[in-house]
Write a protein that binds this ligand. Structure first.
Ligand code: SF4
Ligand code: SF4
Length: 376
Protein backbone atom coordinates (compact mmCIF):
# COMPACT_ATOMS: atom_id res chain seq x y z
CA UNK A 1 0.00 0.00 0.00
CA UNK A 2 1.20 3.48 -0.83
CA UNK A 3 0.57 6.41 1.52
CA UNK A 4 0.39 10.15 0.91
CA UNK A 5 0.47 12.95 3.43
CA UNK A 6 -2.45 15.29 3.62
CA UNK A 7 -0.82 18.55 2.65
CA UNK A 8 2.22 18.25 4.86
CA UNK A 9 0.07 17.24 7.81
CA UNK A 10 0.78 14.40 10.18
CA UNK A 11 -1.78 12.06 8.64
CA UNK A 12 -0.38 9.51 6.21
CA UNK A 13 -3.39 8.33 4.29
CA UNK A 14 -3.60 5.15 2.23
CA UNK A 15 -3.99 6.02 -1.45
CA UNK A 16 -6.91 3.60 -1.60
CA UNK A 17 -9.87 4.66 0.52
CA UNK A 18 -12.72 2.31 1.34
CA UNK A 19 -16.06 3.92 0.40
CA UNK A 20 -18.88 2.32 2.37
CA UNK A 21 -21.65 3.15 -0.08
CA UNK A 22 -21.81 -0.08 -2.10
CA UNK A 23 -21.44 -2.83 0.49
CA UNK A 24 -22.86 -6.26 -0.47
CA UNK A 25 -26.62 -6.50 0.05
CA UNK A 26 -29.17 -9.29 0.20
CA UNK A 27 -32.41 -9.39 -1.82
CA UNK A 28 -34.13 -7.15 0.76
CA UNK A 29 -31.39 -4.50 0.30
CA UNK A 30 -29.93 -5.19 3.75
CA UNK A 31 -26.14 -5.18 4.11
CA UNK A 32 -24.74 -8.71 4.34
CA UNK A 33 -22.81 -7.99 7.50
CA UNK A 34 -20.39 -10.92 7.61
CA UNK A 35 -19.31 -10.32 3.99
CA UNK A 36 -18.97 -6.57 4.56
CA UNK A 37 -16.90 -7.15 7.71
CA UNK A 38 -14.60 -9.55 5.86
CA UNK A 39 -14.06 -6.93 3.13
CA UNK A 40 -13.34 -4.17 5.66
CA UNK A 41 -10.95 -6.40 7.59
CA UNK A 42 -9.13 -7.50 4.43
CA UNK A 43 -8.67 -3.87 3.39
CA UNK A 44 -7.48 -2.91 6.88
CA UNK A 45 -4.92 -5.68 7.32
CA UNK A 46 -3.52 -4.87 3.89
CA UNK A 47 -2.94 -1.23 4.75
CA UNK A 48 -6.14 0.71 3.95
CA UNK A 49 -6.53 3.30 6.70
CA UNK A 50 -9.14 5.67 5.22
CA UNK A 51 -12.81 4.65 5.55
CA UNK A 52 -15.48 6.89 4.09
CA UNK A 53 -19.14 6.82 5.03
CA UNK A 54 -22.08 9.25 5.07
CA UNK A 55 -25.38 9.70 6.90
CA UNK A 56 -27.64 8.37 4.09
CA UNK A 57 -25.53 5.50 2.69
CA UNK A 58 -27.42 2.20 2.81
CA UNK A 59 -30.46 3.92 4.26
CA UNK A 60 -28.47 4.95 7.35
CA UNK A 61 -26.81 1.55 7.97
CA UNK A 62 -23.36 2.45 6.65
CA UNK A 63 -22.18 4.49 9.67
CA UNK A 64 -23.36 1.91 12.25
CA UNK A 65 -21.57 -0.93 10.44
CA UNK A 66 -18.42 1.15 10.30
CA UNK A 67 -18.87 1.74 14.04
CA UNK A 68 -19.08 -2.01 14.65
CA UNK A 69 -15.97 -2.53 12.53
CA UNK A 70 -14.08 0.11 14.54
CA UNK A 71 -14.69 -1.93 17.69
CA UNK A 72 -12.69 -4.80 16.17
CA UNK A 73 -9.56 -2.75 15.46
CA UNK A 74 -7.40 -0.07 17.06
CA UNK A 75 -9.34 3.16 16.46
CA UNK A 76 -6.36 5.46 16.22
CA UNK A 77 -4.79 3.42 13.42
CA UNK A 78 -7.47 4.52 10.96
CA UNK A 79 -8.97 7.74 9.63
CA UNK A 80 -12.74 7.94 9.56
CA UNK A 81 -14.54 10.21 7.13
CA UNK A 82 -18.23 10.94 7.18
CA UNK A 83 -20.51 13.72 6.01
CA UNK A 84 -23.07 16.14 7.35
CA UNK A 85 -26.34 15.64 5.38
CA UNK A 86 -26.48 19.28 4.28
CA UNK A 87 -29.90 18.96 2.62
CA UNK A 88 -31.41 17.98 5.98
CA UNK A 89 -29.72 20.62 8.13
CA UNK A 90 -31.83 23.75 8.13
CA UNK A 91 -30.75 25.29 11.44
CA UNK A 92 -27.60 25.68 13.49
CA UNK A 93 -29.08 23.25 16.02
CA UNK A 94 -29.65 20.59 13.33
CA UNK A 95 -25.93 20.63 12.57
CA UNK A 96 -24.95 19.84 16.17
CA UNK A 97 -27.63 17.18 16.42
CA UNK A 98 -26.57 15.36 13.25
CA UNK A 99 -22.90 15.40 14.26
CA UNK A 100 -23.71 13.98 17.71
CA UNK A 101 -25.90 11.28 16.18
CA UNK A 102 -23.12 10.37 13.75
CA UNK A 103 -20.56 10.10 16.56
CA UNK A 104 -23.04 7.86 18.34
CA UNK A 105 -23.62 5.68 15.25
CA UNK A 106 -19.88 5.37 14.73
CA UNK A 107 -19.20 4.71 18.42
CA UNK A 108 -16.30 7.16 18.43
CA UNK A 109 -15.57 10.46 20.14
CA UNK A 110 -14.07 12.10 17.04
CA UNK A 111 -14.26 12.07 13.24
CA UNK A 112 -10.96 12.54 11.41
CA UNK A 113 -12.32 13.92 8.15
CA UNK A 114 -15.74 15.55 8.27
CA UNK A 115 -17.34 16.78 5.07
CA UNK A 116 -20.30 18.93 4.22
CA UNK A 117 -22.02 16.46 1.92
CA UNK A 118 -22.84 17.30 -1.71
CA UNK A 119 -22.24 21.04 -1.58
CA UNK A 120 -23.33 23.22 -4.44
CA UNK A 121 -23.36 26.99 -4.80
CA UNK A 122 -26.95 27.43 -3.62
CA UNK A 123 -26.68 25.10 -0.67
CA UNK A 124 -23.46 26.72 0.53
CA UNK A 125 -25.18 30.12 0.67
CA UNK A 126 -28.10 28.65 2.64
CA UNK A 127 -25.80 26.86 5.06
CA UNK A 128 -23.81 30.02 5.70
CA UNK A 129 -26.99 31.85 6.63
CA UNK A 130 -27.91 28.97 8.95
CA UNK A 131 -24.55 29.24 10.81
CA UNK A 132 -22.40 26.52 9.26
CA UNK A 133 -19.14 28.41 9.80
CA UNK A 134 -19.78 28.75 13.53
CA UNK A 135 -20.69 25.04 13.60
CA UNK A 136 -17.45 24.01 11.86
CA UNK A 137 -15.32 26.18 14.15
CA UNK A 138 -17.04 24.91 17.30
CA UNK A 139 -16.91 21.28 16.21
CA UNK A 140 -13.19 21.54 15.55
CA UNK A 141 -12.49 23.41 18.79
CA UNK A 142 -14.37 20.74 20.76
CA UNK A 143 -12.27 17.98 19.16
CA UNK A 144 -15.27 16.21 17.63
CA UNK A 145 -13.86 16.92 14.16
CA UNK A 146 -10.18 16.87 13.27
CA UNK A 147 -10.32 18.12 9.68
CA UNK A 148 -13.09 19.89 7.79
CA UNK A 149 -13.86 19.69 4.08
CA UNK A 150 -16.70 19.24 1.64
CA UNK A 151 -17.84 16.99 -1.16
CA UNK A 152 -19.10 18.72 -4.26
CA UNK A 153 -21.65 18.45 -7.09
CA UNK A 154 -21.96 21.60 -9.15
CA UNK A 155 -19.95 23.49 -11.74
CA UNK A 156 -16.46 24.95 -11.53
CA UNK A 157 -17.45 28.58 -10.74
CA UNK A 158 -19.43 27.39 -7.71
CA UNK A 159 -16.50 25.21 -6.67
CA UNK A 160 -14.04 28.10 -6.87
CA UNK A 161 -16.36 30.35 -4.94
CA UNK A 162 -16.77 27.78 -2.13
CA UNK A 163 -13.01 27.15 -2.00
CA UNK A 164 -12.37 30.91 -1.76
CA UNK A 165 -14.99 31.37 0.93
CA UNK A 166 -13.50 29.40 3.82
CA UNK A 167 -10.23 28.02 5.09
CA UNK A 168 -10.98 24.42 4.06
CA UNK A 169 -8.51 21.63 4.70
CA UNK A 170 -9.68 19.26 1.96
CA UNK A 171 -12.36 18.50 -0.58
CA UNK A 172 -13.82 15.41 -2.23
CA UNK A 173 -14.50 15.67 -5.93
CA UNK A 174 -15.59 13.39 -8.76
CA UNK A 175 -12.81 12.70 -11.26
CA UNK A 176 -11.85 9.99 -13.73
CA UNK A 177 -10.20 9.79 -17.14
CA UNK A 178 -13.50 10.00 -18.99
CA UNK A 179 -14.98 12.98 -17.10
CA UNK A 180 -12.00 15.26 -16.74
CA UNK A 181 -14.04 18.43 -17.10
CA UNK A 182 -17.29 17.55 -15.35
CA UNK A 183 -18.13 19.42 -12.12
CA UNK A 184 -14.93 20.77 -10.50
CA UNK A 185 -12.85 19.06 -13.21
CA UNK A 186 -9.08 19.30 -13.57
CA UNK A 187 -9.31 23.06 -13.06
CA UNK A 188 -10.97 22.57 -9.69
CA UNK A 189 -8.53 19.87 -8.63
CA UNK A 190 -5.56 22.08 -9.42
CA UNK A 191 -7.13 25.18 -7.92
CA UNK A 192 -7.96 23.52 -4.59
CA UNK A 193 -4.48 22.01 -4.40
CA UNK A 194 -2.93 25.43 -5.11
CA UNK A 195 -4.78 26.72 -2.06
CA UNK A 196 -3.18 24.01 0.07
CA UNK A 197 -6.23 21.75 0.26
CA UNK A 198 -6.04 17.98 0.29
CA UNK A 199 -7.86 16.17 -2.51
CA UNK A 200 -9.99 13.05 -2.16
CA UNK A 201 -11.26 11.57 -5.42
CA UNK A 202 -14.59 9.82 -5.78
CA UNK A 203 -15.97 7.90 -8.77
CA UNK A 204 -12.54 6.99 -10.24
CA UNK A 205 -14.30 4.19 -12.16
CA UNK A 206 -17.38 6.27 -13.03
CA UNK A 207 -19.62 4.09 -10.91
CA UNK A 208 -17.89 0.96 -12.22
CA UNK A 209 -18.49 1.82 -15.90
CA UNK A 210 -14.77 2.20 -16.66
CA UNK A 211 -14.10 -1.20 -15.11
CA UNK A 212 -16.75 -3.00 -17.13
CA UNK A 213 -17.14 -3.81 -20.81
CA UNK A 214 -14.57 -2.00 -22.93
CA UNK A 215 -15.89 -1.13 -26.40
CA UNK A 216 -13.95 -2.80 -29.22
CA UNK A 217 -12.68 0.57 -30.56
CA UNK A 218 -11.31 1.46 -27.11
CA UNK A 219 -9.76 -1.99 -26.74
CA UNK A 220 -7.95 -1.41 -30.03
CA UNK A 221 -6.39 1.76 -28.60
CA UNK A 222 -5.38 0.09 -25.32
CA UNK A 223 -3.60 -2.65 -27.28
CA UNK A 224 -0.98 -0.01 -28.15
CA UNK A 225 -0.21 0.42 -24.45
CA UNK A 226 3.05 -0.88 -23.01
CA UNK A 227 1.11 -2.21 -20.03
CA UNK A 228 -1.31 -5.06 -19.75
CA UNK A 229 -3.42 -3.22 -17.17
CA UNK A 230 -6.99 -4.23 -16.38
CA UNK A 231 -9.69 -1.61 -17.13
CA UNK A 232 -9.99 -0.85 -13.39
CA UNK A 233 -6.23 -0.51 -13.06
CA UNK A 234 -6.06 1.98 -15.94
CA UNK A 235 -8.76 4.09 -14.35
CA UNK A 236 -7.20 4.05 -10.87
CA UNK A 237 -3.73 4.80 -12.16
CA UNK A 238 -5.02 7.84 -14.01
CA UNK A 239 -6.22 9.52 -10.81
CA UNK A 240 -3.29 8.37 -8.68
CA UNK A 241 -1.02 9.94 -11.26
CA UNK A 242 -1.93 13.40 -9.90
CA UNK A 243 0.57 14.26 -7.15
CA UNK A 244 -2.07 16.57 -5.65
CA UNK A 245 -4.40 13.65 -4.89
CA UNK A 246 -4.12 11.94 -1.51
CA UNK A 247 -6.88 9.33 -1.48
CA UNK A 248 -8.92 7.67 -4.22
CA UNK A 249 -12.16 6.22 -2.92
CA UNK A 250 -13.55 2.98 -4.19
CA UNK A 251 -17.07 1.87 -3.33
CA UNK A 252 -16.26 -1.82 -3.25
CA UNK A 253 -19.01 -4.42 -3.18
CA UNK A 254 -17.15 -7.75 -3.34
CA UNK A 255 -14.09 -9.25 -1.68
CA UNK A 256 -12.60 -9.82 -5.14
CA UNK A 257 -12.78 -6.09 -5.87
CA UNK A 258 -11.08 -5.35 -2.55
CA UNK A 259 -8.26 -7.75 -3.40
CA UNK A 260 -7.84 -6.42 -6.94
CA UNK A 261 -7.78 -2.81 -5.77
CA UNK A 262 -5.30 -3.60 -3.00
CA UNK A 263 -2.99 -5.13 -5.56
CA UNK A 264 -3.18 -2.08 -7.82
CA UNK A 265 -2.64 0.29 -4.89
CA UNK A 266 0.78 -1.20 -4.11
CA UNK A 267 2.23 0.51 -7.18
CA UNK A 268 0.11 3.66 -7.36
CA UNK A 269 2.72 6.31 -7.80
CA UNK A 270 2.25 9.92 -8.93
CA UNK A 271 3.66 11.24 -12.21
CA UNK A 272 4.28 7.69 -13.39
CA UNK A 273 2.20 7.69 -16.58
CA UNK A 274 4.25 8.67 -19.61
CA UNK A 275 3.16 11.28 -22.16
CA UNK A 276 2.65 8.51 -24.75
CA UNK A 277 0.41 6.58 -22.38
CA UNK A 278 -1.55 9.77 -21.63
CA UNK A 279 -2.22 10.12 -25.34
CA UNK A 280 -3.90 6.71 -25.26
CA UNK A 281 -6.18 7.88 -22.44
CA UNK A 282 -7.09 10.89 -24.56
CA UNK A 283 -7.81 8.67 -27.57
CA UNK A 284 -10.02 6.35 -25.54
CA UNK A 285 -11.87 9.39 -24.16
CA UNK A 286 -12.52 10.39 -27.78
CA UNK A 287 -13.81 6.91 -28.57
CA UNK A 288 -16.26 7.14 -25.69
CA UNK A 289 -17.32 10.66 -26.66
CA UNK A 290 -17.92 9.57 -30.27
CA UNK A 291 -20.49 7.10 -28.98
CA UNK A 292 -22.58 9.84 -27.39
CA UNK A 293 -25.96 10.06 -29.08
CA UNK A 294 -26.89 13.49 -27.69
CA UNK A 295 -24.30 16.27 -27.61
CA UNK A 296 -25.32 17.19 -24.06
CA UNK A 297 -22.36 18.40 -22.00
CA UNK A 298 -24.30 18.43 -18.73
CA UNK A 299 -23.83 22.20 -18.45
CA UNK A 300 -27.31 22.67 -16.94
CA UNK A 301 -28.05 25.96 -18.73
CA UNK A 302 -31.43 24.53 -19.77
CA UNK A 303 -32.51 24.40 -16.11
CA UNK A 304 -34.77 25.01 -14.37
CA UNK A 305 -37.43 23.29 -16.41
CA UNK A 306 -40.83 24.67 -15.37
CA UNK A 307 -42.05 21.07 -15.17
CA UNK A 308 -39.02 19.98 -13.14
CA UNK A 309 -37.61 17.54 -15.70
CA UNK A 310 -34.04 16.56 -14.77
CA UNK A 311 -32.86 17.27 -18.32
CA UNK A 312 -29.06 16.85 -18.06
CA UNK A 313 -29.39 13.81 -15.79
CA UNK A 314 -31.84 12.04 -18.11
CA UNK A 315 -29.79 12.83 -21.23
CA UNK A 316 -26.58 11.86 -19.42
CA UNK A 317 -27.88 8.38 -18.57
CA UNK A 318 -29.21 8.00 -22.12
CA UNK A 319 -25.74 8.81 -23.43
CA UNK A 320 -24.04 6.47 -20.96
CA UNK A 321 -26.11 3.53 -22.09
CA UNK A 322 -24.83 4.01 -25.63
CA UNK A 323 -21.24 4.67 -24.57
CA UNK A 324 -20.93 1.77 -22.15
CA UNK A 325 -23.40 -0.65 -23.78
CA UNK A 326 -25.06 -1.76 -20.56
CA UNK A 327 -28.78 -1.17 -20.80
CA UNK A 328 -29.66 -3.11 -17.66
CA UNK A 329 -27.37 -1.06 -15.46
CA UNK A 330 -28.41 2.29 -16.91
CA UNK A 331 -32.08 1.42 -16.79
CA UNK A 332 -31.55 0.78 -13.08
CA UNK A 333 -29.79 4.16 -12.74
CA UNK A 334 -32.62 5.88 -14.58
CA UNK A 335 -35.28 4.25 -12.39
CA UNK A 336 -33.38 4.60 -9.14
CA UNK A 337 -31.72 8.01 -9.33
CA UNK A 338 -34.31 10.14 -11.12
CA UNK A 339 -37.47 10.66 -9.02
CA UNK A 340 -40.74 9.97 -10.86
CA UNK A 341 -41.64 13.69 -10.86
CA UNK A 342 -38.41 14.56 -12.68
CA UNK A 343 -38.30 11.83 -15.31
CA UNK A 344 -38.31 12.53 -19.05
CA UNK A 345 -42.01 11.66 -19.40
CA UNK A 346 -42.89 14.79 -17.42
CA UNK A 347 -41.79 16.95 -20.39
CA UNK A 348 -44.80 18.84 -21.77
CA UNK A 349 -42.84 20.02 -24.85
CA UNK A 350 -43.35 23.63 -23.76
CA UNK A 351 -40.05 24.50 -25.48
CA UNK A 352 -38.76 26.85 -22.75
CA UNK A 353 -35.44 25.00 -22.55
CA UNK A 354 -34.56 24.96 -26.25
CA UNK A 355 -33.18 28.52 -26.67
CA UNK A 356 -31.11 28.12 -23.48
CA UNK A 357 -29.10 25.15 -24.78
CA UNK A 358 -25.69 26.21 -26.19
CA UNK A 359 -25.49 22.87 -28.05
CA UNK A 360 -28.76 23.65 -29.86
CA UNK A 361 -30.24 20.31 -28.83
CA UNK A 362 -33.89 19.69 -29.56
CA UNK A 363 -34.39 18.76 -25.91
CA UNK A 364 -38.08 17.70 -26.00
CA UNK A 365 -37.40 15.43 -29.01
CA UNK A 366 -34.42 13.82 -27.25
CA UNK A 367 -36.43 13.37 -24.06
CA UNK A 368 -39.07 11.57 -26.07
CA UNK A 369 -36.38 9.15 -27.23
CA UNK A 370 -35.28 8.67 -23.62
CA UNK A 371 -38.85 7.81 -22.58
CA UNK A 372 -39.15 5.39 -25.45
CA UNK A 373 -35.80 3.74 -24.74
CA UNK A 374 -36.35 3.16 -21.02
CA UNK A 375 -40.04 2.26 -21.17
CA UNK A 376 -39.37 -1.45 -20.72
S1 SF4 B 1 -39.68 21.35 -23.30
FE1 SF4 B 1 -39.87 19.79 -21.71
S2 SF4 B 1 -37.86 19.75 -20.73
FE2 SF4 B 1 -37.95 21.65 -21.90
S3 SF4 B 1 -38.62 23.18 -20.41
FE3 SF4 B 1 -40.49 22.39 -21.44
S4 SF4 B 1 -41.19 20.67 -20.16
FE4 SF4 B 1 -39.09 21.17 -19.55
S1 SF4 C 1 -28.27 23.16 -21.91
FE1 SF4 C 1 -28.10 21.60 -23.52
S2 SF4 C 1 -26.03 20.80 -23.26
FE2 SF4 C 1 -26.52 21.91 -21.39
S3 SF4 C 1 -27.37 20.33 -20.00
FE3 SF4 C 1 -29.10 21.26 -21.08
S4 SF4 C 1 -29.43 19.91 -22.84
FE4 SF4 C 1 -27.38 19.47 -22.06
Amino acid sequence: MQYRKMNGGKDKLSVLGFGLMRLPMDKDHKIIEDKAMEMLKTAYVNGVNYFDSAWPYHGGESEPILGRFLKTIERKKVFIATKLPTWLTKTRQDMDEYLDKQLDRLGTSYIDYYLLHALNGKRWKELKKAGIIDFMEQAKASGKIRHIGFSFHDKYPAFKSIVDNYNWEFCQIQHNYFDIRREAGIRGLQYAASKGMGIIIMEPLLGGKLAGNVPAEAEKVWRKSKYNWTPAERAFRFVWNYPQVQVVLSGMSTLEQVKENLKIATTATANSISADEMKLYAKVRKVYLSKMVVRCTGCGYCLPCPYKVAIPFALGIYNDVHIFSNKQRHKWEYDFFIPADNKADKCTKCGACIPKCPQKIDIPAELERVVDYFKD
